[in-house]
Design a protein around this ligand. Sequence first.
Ligand SMILES: *[C@@H]1O[C@H](CO)[C@@H](O)[C@H](O)[C@H]1NC(C)=O
Ligand SMILES: *[C@@H]1O[C@H](CO)[C@@H](O)[C@H](O)[C@H]1NC(C)=O
Ligand SMILES: *[C@@H]1O[C@H](CO)[C@@H](O)[C@H](O)[C@H]1NC(C)=O
Length: 421
Amino acid sequence: MAGFLLPTLSILCLIVASVTAWPIPWPNILSTKSSINDESWIINPGEIPQYVTEYAPVVHLWSEEKYLPYDIKSFVSHFYVKDNFDQNITTNADLPLKLAVLGNLTALSTPPLSLDGEKDTSDLFLTALDNFNTDPDWITGMNNVPDIGTGYLKNAPAVLIVVDKGDGWVDAFWFYFYSYNLGPFVMGAGPYGNHVGDWEHSLVRFHNGVPQIVWMSAHGGGSAYHFDAMEKSASDQKRPVLFSARGTHANYAAVGQHSHDIPYYILSDFTDRGPLWDPAQNCLAYTFDGTTVTHANGSHPGREETYGDWLNFAGHWGDKKLSPDDPKQEWHVFEWKYIDGPLGPLSKNLLRSSVCQRSKWWNFWGECRIRTRINNGEGYDAEGYEGCGAIFSTIRPVWLRWILWAFTWRGYGCTIIDRFL
Ligand SMILES: *[C@@H]1O[C@H](CO)[C@@H](O)[C@H](O)[C@H]1NC(C)=O
Ligand SMILES: *[C@@H]1O[C@H](CO)[C@@H](O)[C@H](O)[C@H]1NC(C)=O
Ligand SMILES: *[C@@H]1O[C@H](CO)[C@@H](O)[C@H](O)[C@H]1NC(C)=O
């Protein structure tokens, strides 16, 4: 029976997911007034408190990651910029494109105009000058792996944005840039949902200089943990450890297989203890007050000036979703093969009051759960099998265990059970 039931359920879930999985619109923070309490700020614009780098995360890349982190400055030199209507925004004189120019690009006046008459630049797309799907060096990151001894990653500065939330609360956002997102495989087919440009991020929230919570991004959602619950670096007990998933670069707090968005591990991410990256050793640093970005000093003082005001670029960091006529494009019930490149760091709700960026479609009550223990991955690479699938291991008789397992293992039931752990 299960041989028939599981595939049927899976297909049902796929259909439900593909109908409902559209991203929930999130207000563009650049166009809303700051709600943060500026009367009780404790840090000055351009100032990075010592504790932010002291408690900075370290990241294990996937051991055989093909799409490695990359330098945004080199990245943009492979692009021109067009709008949603395929009109060129850059001219030949702007090429090769420089980071510092990005923040100055404006949309053509007709269309698109936003409701308040402002030129809407969120519809601009960095568009590759060359073919990106043949894995050129600027897409794969050219074996840009961190130094084994130190974790220093030469050709890919991380981006640190510190936001003072008032009353002693300070958010340190660490952004990680990869040139390419290789999407998931769905029941053996795929990959789907690939895109050029991939911004992932994590957040360490401090209160009066003491780290409280770590949040990490995964597929537009993410997970949050009490700081104390996070695994810490073996060489520095202050620094939480993240794991970047194969191809998608979604961030997790443990190694193994992680189901996302739909149940039964139809969509999975994989993390392991690959090369350890220390983003703090090579980072650009900024502060943000809700309207203005101020250059601070990251690992290489003065570099922020040479990179310019690229954070003000409101458009997409990769090509627009390929048209259905494009021979490279493919349709699948779950997702197109190539989708839009992502928006940049300032679009990631940096003024959030809850640590979660936003809620996924299934979390209609908008809960932001902060875990007190690590949610272990499952499967071959998992360490310490405490995942939800193990919960039935003591149930007798065996057939009852099997039924419970078949109906809930790695599924929605598992999510519900997980709530009581
Ligand atoms: C837009 O710019 C790109 C890159 O310079 C060029 O290849 C393309 O032909 C231009 N398109 C138009 C319509 O001018
Ligand atoms: C961007 O615009 C500002 C303000 O108009 C100007 O001062 C700056 O030189 C411009 N930067 C570049 C790289 O064009
Ligand atoms: C960053 O470092 C440079 C050079 O060391 C210095 O001139 C500048 O004032 C520093 N900026 C901030 C915001 O601390």
